[in-house]
Design a protein around this ligand. Structure first.
Ligand SMILES: [Zn+2]
Length: 99
């Protein structure tokens, strides 16, 4: 069996979800903009985009699956950061008064 042959004509296969604009390179989902990917990438994509926007055109194999990140999750994360920042500013004000 000639297994080298498989690697001799490597090419980038790029597929794009017509519906969500998500991109897969060689079957691996990558985030637009950052080009990042992860194990749960497709599931996160489903939670964030495909479950809401996707229809039969959507090519995400994880579409309709629960368990990925959602905007609710992200919003909670961001809310937490904002609360933290406000608290820091409040601490500063308490410490230095109104300069
Ligand atoms: Zn999609």
């Amino acid at each position: 069996m000639d297994s080298d042959r498989e690697f001799s004509d490597l090419k980038l296969e790029r597929r794009e979800c017509e519906k969500c604009g998500a991109a897969w390179i060689n079957g691996q989902h990558v985030w637009g903009g950052t080009g990042n990917t992860s194990e749960s990438s497709e599931l996160d994509l489903a939670g964030l985009v495909c479950n809401k926007l996707g229809n039969h055109q959507c090519i995400n194999p994880m579409k309709g699956k629960e368990g990925g990140q959602t905007w609710e999750y992200r919003a909670g994360y961001i809310d937490g950061m904002i609360t933290e920042r406000k608290k820091n500013i409040q601490d500063m004000n308490d410490r230095f008064g109104d300069l």
